[in-house]
Design a protein around this ligand. Structure first.
Ligand code: ZN
Length: 356
């Protein structure tokens, strides 16, 4: 991705010519987004309408989870240069992450016109149009904090139930994580097939959070308590995203969602008892989507044990802890700051998961 972005931009500014604010691009490339953002800001003070700088500032803001800032910078980049295809494509990506499907499609359409041969732009646009067409046939239960989309009359009762669970969990989960999302959250109820089509999630997933909560509700009326858990689980992800948009290891994110979804936790010890081999916690930082159902269950169980420990040891400082992670602080450093000794934390985790 990076090499792609930089080569295209170099081609844009002209062969042999340097990108403006090379330090800022280098910082961005090294993952130091805060430094990149501040260097772009400085450069923009001198050239406020330079589209490449505005684009860079948009990237940096997006990488820091500041989607609104990113959108504003990218819109300005396109005002300064209406033919800036990368800015249009990135604006689409950020808008989608920000749950603004209309702006996402409009921007990607612009990118597709500017780069008609780009198959990735075309594929992304097709996927989003499919999603938009599906949602346009859905009913909506508007709400202050949640707008729930669902299909047809038979899902009406489910929609009402989901909204009720969301409303009642908003304050309890918010209090635990010290974060209360201010913007209305979109929640979409899909049949199992629609869910697979739209999310391309692994077959074991029943819900997903990617800026909006998506739920697979096929058969949910036969197991309403299970649906409630999935709803709370995805709400936890949304709340975590609100306090720490980036850099939260998967075991923290999934672990907290698994612990705070409520219900029986017997599955945790059952899963751990069945397996001879455990994943080291540091291997559970970058997503579970590639795991098969059984490995995923073990990964979730190990994460749940770790998160339970976080709830016990970090307690009322969980919000601060997550905020630090979101600002790029490592887990160990963040634990130490809230007076939890990392080596003790990991030793207790190993004891509880039964690591040999
Ligand atoms: Zn999850």
């Amino acid at each position: 991705m990076w090499i792609f972005v930089l080569t295209v931009l170099c081609a844009r500014v002209g062969a042999g010519q340097e990108l403006p604010a090379p330090d800022a691009w280098a910082a961005l490339n090294q993952g130091d987004h805060a430094r990149a953002a501040s260097l772009f800001r400085e450069a923009l003070e001198r050239s406020p309408r330079n589209p490449v700088l505005l684009y860079g500032a948009g990237w940096a803001a997006f990488n820091m989870g500041r989607n609104d800032n990113a959108i504003s910078s990218l819109k300005k980049a396109l005002e300064a240069d209406a033919n800036f295809v990368q800015a249009a494509a990135l604006l689409g990506t950020v808008a989608y992450a920000n749950s603004d499907l209309d702006l996402a499609i409009r921007s990607m359409e612009k990118a597709a016109v500017l780069a008609p041969r780009d198959v990735r732009i075309r594929a992304q646009l097709d996927q989003w149009r499919k999603e938009s067409a599906l949602h346009s046939s859905f009913n909506e239960r508007p709400g202050l904090r949640f707008r729930v989309l669902f299909e047809g009359a038979q899902q009406q009762a489910l929609g009402a139930r989901v909204q009720e669970v969301l409303e009642s969990s908003y304050w309890t989960i918010g209090k635990t994580l010290n974060s209360y999302p201010g913007e209305a959250l979109t929640v979409v109820l899909y049949t199992n097939k629609q869910f697979q089509d739209i999310t391309r999630a692994p077959a074991w997933a029943g819900g997903e959070y990617d800026g909006r909560i998506r739920l697979a509700v096929g058969g949910a009326m036969r197991a309403p308590a299970a649906l409630d858990r999935v709803v709370r689980h995805e709400l936890v992800h949304a709340v975590i995203q609100n306090v720490a948009p980036r850099n939260v290891p998967t075991w923290v994110n999934e672990g907290l969602a698994s612990v705070l979804e409520g219900g029986s936790t017997a599955w945790v010890s059952q899963a751990l008892a069945r397996t001879a081999e455990l994943f080291p916690l540091e291997d559970l930082s970058a997503g579970f989507g590639h795991l098969d159902g059984n490995d995923a269950l073990i990964a979730y169980a190990e994460s749940a044990v770790a998160a339970q420990l976080l709830v016990e040891r970090v307690g009322p400082n969980l919000g601060v802890f997550l905020q630090m992670l979101g600002n790029g602080t490592g887990v160990d450093q963040a634990l130490s700051t809230v007076n939890v000794r990392p080596e003790q934390f990991y030793a207790e985790w190993r004891r509880r998961v039964g690591a040999r």
